[in-house]
Write a protein that binds this ligand. Structure first.
Ligand SMILES: Cc1ncc(COP(=O)(O)O)c(C=O)c1O
Length: 389
């Protein structure tokens, strides 16, 4: 059986959007489901909590956090919503939530709703792209912080522009006076990432992207001094102590939010083990190889387009975006029609997004262990042909 379940007739260069899960982790998830379905009552009421605790402590080691600091959620969006919803209790008119114009749309929406409910204001920091240095990010964000700022929501790795942001510096400058919520949807498994060392109040991180866990596995980290105020977006038994988790507030609140299929969480350690086995240097080797191929891809694309690299190498992980010239293919809203053309004519899955508005487009390439330089050459050939370059 092959390690990846991906369609071999397609060139997959979009790991960043939805990840891909290795067969051993999918097999483990299937095994867990079979056990669950053989006796749901016993499984949910007796076996589930210890299995969850075990899975969480393995994942905690991978992201550099203690178990008590982590709740599983289904995705980064849910993590962000949980924190924002919880903070509504202490936000008031005139307070400010700083975001950036590279933030993920869904999370920006969640911040807008929290602002509308509380009278707080969302203040976007404008960050250029292309840019010359990480300093431009820090300066822009810190320039928007005032004594009314209660929260900064910032990405670890941005979605449209695919930039690794200088988080350590930003968190160090603001915490603990200004709470920082890091949207690290792409970070674990792509870049070096240690939650405790980072020191942010809140971090939401997907396991189903670069850790390659089954879909529906993500983490919410909350620093100890903020922990007691944070509740899941869906309130359930834990609110009045009705769920018998023993690992502290986050476990009591997040370990049960209604009946669901938690096997993606439980199979996350199997994904970590399977991926570590792909490279002689384990995860360090996987991350390094993915980044090296991504930089190769980025360089080949900027050569083709005849432009400078839009960001320094130090801001690139395993995804990179390049601005496309204006083309007759413009006209999409979120996705440029070139994306469908590359899929339909060339069998290539890659992101082509309108950003910052429909008059401009970014091509974003992701590289994972299943990619080779041949995939990139084919992408370059396809883009050259379609854009007449
Ligand atoms: C920066 C960022 N935040 C949040 C998300 C949302 O992730 P999910 O759909 O798993 O909630 C994404 C998805 O690509 C993302 O890139």
């Amino acid at each position: 059986m092959s390690f990846w379940r991906l369609d071999p007739d397609v060139i997959h260069l979009n790991h960043g959007s939805f990840g891909a899960t290795p067969a051993p982790a999918l097999e483990e998830q299937r095994r867990l489901r079979d056990v669950m379905e053989s006796n749901p009552t016993r499984w949910f009421l007796k076996d589930y909590q210890p299995a969850l605790d075990e899975a969480r402590s393995k994942v905690a080691g991978f992201v550099g956090a203690e178990s008590a600091a982590l709740g599983f959620v289904n995705n980064a969006t849910e993590g962000v919503n949980s924190v924002l919803r919880s903070l509504e209790a202490c936000l008031k008119p005139g307070d400010e939530i700083v975001v950036t114009d590279h933030d993920y749309n869904a999370c920006r929406n969640a911040a807008a709703v929290t602002a509308a409910r509380t009278g707080a204001r969302v203040v976007p920091a404008a960050i250029p792209f292309p840019l010359q240095s990480a300093r431009e990010v820090t300066d822009s964000i810190l320039g928007m912080v005032t004594d009314r700022t209660r929260l900064l929501m910032v990405d670890a790795v941005t979605s449209p522009t695919a930039l690794v942001f200088p988080l350590e510096e930003i968190v160090r400058a603001l915490e603990p006076e200004v709470q920082v919520m890091v949207d690290a949807a792409h970070a674990p498994g792509m870049i070096d990432f240690d939650l405790t060392a980072l020191g942010a109040s809140y971090v939401t991180a997907n396991c189903h992207k670069w850790m390659c866990a089954p879909k529906g596995s993500a983490l919410l980290y909350v620093r100890e001094d903020r922990r007691d105020r944070i509740y899941p977006a869906v309130i359930s038994h834990g609110y009045n102590g009705g769920w018998p988790a023993e690992g502290g507030h986050l476990h009591t609140q997040f370990d049960w939010t209604g009946t669901d299929d938690p096997t993606a969480w439980l199979a996350t350690p199997a994904a970590l083990d399977a991926m570590a086995g792909l490279h002689p240097d384990g995860w360090e080797g996987v991350k390094r190889a993915n980044r090296d191929l991504c930089l190769t891809a980025r360089d080949m694309l900027v050569d083709l387009l005849g432009i400078e690299a839009p960001a320094p190498d130090g801001m690139i992980g395993a995804i990179a975006s390049v601005p496309l010239p204006r083309t007759p293919l413009e006209g999409g809203t979120i996705f440029n029609p070139l994306m469908a053309t590359l899929r339909d004519r060339w069998g290539i899955e890659v992101m082509v997004m309108s950003w910052p508005d429909p008059s401009a487009s970014l091509l974003r390439v992701s590289t994972q262990q299943y990619n080779t330089v041949e995939d990139i050459k084919r992408l370059v050939e396809a883009v050259a042909t379609e854009l007449d370059l």
